[in-house]
Design a protein around this ligand. Structure first.
Ligand code: FES
Length: 154
C-alpha cells in the first residue's frame, strides 16, 4: 500500500523535509543499527550519554519518508532524557509526537523504538568497562569484587 503527501501531517512532512540531528559521532557511547526486514529500510542511531542522560542523539536513515521523520523526531524527543525514561518510549510515543502516521506507515515508527532498545543494550554492554575506569582505586580486586560488578539484571 503506498501513501501520498496528502496522507501525512505537517509535523511529519517538516521532519522529513528538514530532518534534525542527522549524522553520527566519532566515538559514540551507544550505537544501534536496526532494519525492517519487510521493506529493507535501515536506521542507525548514535548517542552521547553523560551521567545517565542522553546529551545528544544523531541518526542516519536509509528508508522511507516516515522512517526519516520518525528517526528525526526520536532524536529530538530523547535529547536530555534520562536513560530510565528512554526505556518507556514506544513507537506510539514517536507516532503521537509526529501528530500521527497513516496506518500503513505506523510500522516505520517501530524502527525508532527498536533503535532505542538496541542503543540501550549497546550502552549496557559497553558500560562495565567504562564504569570501571574512574572507580578502579575503590573497587576491591579479587573474588569479592564480583558482588559489585556482577549484579547484571536479566
Ligand atoms: S516503509 Fe520501511 S520503514 Fe517505512
Amino acid at each position: 500500500m503506498s501513501s501520498s503527501y496528502a496522507d501525512y501531517g505537517e509535523i511529519v512532512l517538516d521532519h522529513y523535509e528538514n530532518p534534525r540531528n542527522v549524522g553520527e559521532f566519532e566515538q559514540p557511547d551507544a550505537v544501534a543499527l536496526v532494519g525492517n526486514p519487510a521493506c529493507g529500510d535501515q536506521m542507525k542511531m548514535s548517542l552521547r550519554i553523560r551521567d545517565g542522560v542522553v546529551e545528544e542523539a544523531r541518526f542516519k536513515a536509509f528508508g522511507c519518508g516516515a522512517a526519516i521523520a520518525a528517526s528525526s523526531m526520536t532524536t529530538t524527543l530523547i535529547r536530555g532524557m534520562k536513560l530510565e525514561d528512554l526505556e518507556k518510549i514506544t513507537n506510539r510515543t514517536v507516532a503521537e509526537a509526529l501528530g500521527g502516521l497513516p496506518p500503513a506507515k505506523l510500522h516505520c515508527s517501530v524502527l525508532a523504538e527498536e533503535a532505542i532498545r538496541e542503543a540501550l543494550a549497546d550502552y549496557r554492554r559497553r558500560a562495565p568497562g567504562r564504569l570501571a575506569a574512574p572507580d578502579r582505586s575503590r573497587v576491591p580486586m579479587g573474588p569479592g569484587s564480583t558482588d559489585q560488578t556482577g549484579a547484571e539484571r536479566k
